[in-house]
Design a protein around this ligand. Sequence first.
Ligand code: SAH
Length: 250
Amino acid sequence: MRPIAIMGAMQEELAGLRPHLTGAQTITVGSREVTSGTWHGHNVVLVLSRIGKVAAATTATALIERFDVKEIVFTGVAGGLSPQVSVGDMVVATEFIQHDMDASPLFPPLEVPLYGQAHFPTDINMRQSLQIAAEGVLKNPSQWIHPDVLRALNVHAPKVHSGLVLSGDRFVATSLESQALQQRLPLALAVEMEGAAVAQVCHDYGVPFAAVRTISDRADDAATMAFTRFINEVASRYTFALLDAWLGQK
Ligand code: SAH
């Protein structure tokens, strides 16, 4: 049975997942620790991609070439861009754009050269099942996170959104930059640093890909503080709940 790959960018997000794999074994490939095992009867490989597009692309390539994974799901955190997207919400990506890609005037801004496209869609079946799992988790968030923590982080009635997500090699942490991204790409729900790279690799290999991001910050002047707190207190528990529900229903 070809494994399902689960990728995450940060150690804190992934650390909580490893103990849930049965028969876990870890090997190192290309400086990445890949843990394989089973979860709800599925063969799974779990890997920390590290941060940014290059790290994510090499990790995805290694997963496909060395582990013959049948699909890749990326879970992690992101900064909210659209005014409707708040800290504690989840975003299921329907497609990705690299917001820092610009080979103009040779190619249109945002278009990935020689691909003829800027948008890289995710797999429709995977994202539909992840949406259902995410809605299940957020229906009762205090089952996973202590209500005091949710209150302190200002998380009330969190929602699941689906739509465009941006990736680029920048931690967006000023209101100015966040507004500029929204003006340029008004449909963008969130911004992060890896998804579009994995989407491009999966497009090259014909491997189904999906991504779910929990909103850790609003990509604004308060982003750094919000981000650190969120990672430690919320993100890893949400990620576990999401994947446990998703693999359990699969
Ligand atoms: N200070 C952190 C930096 C993490 S970079 C550290 O020292 O580890 C932020 C990570 O979270 C990336 O993996 C990215 O995908 C995601 N992310 C969350 N909020 C983001 C934002 N506002 N802009 C860009 N990426 C964001």
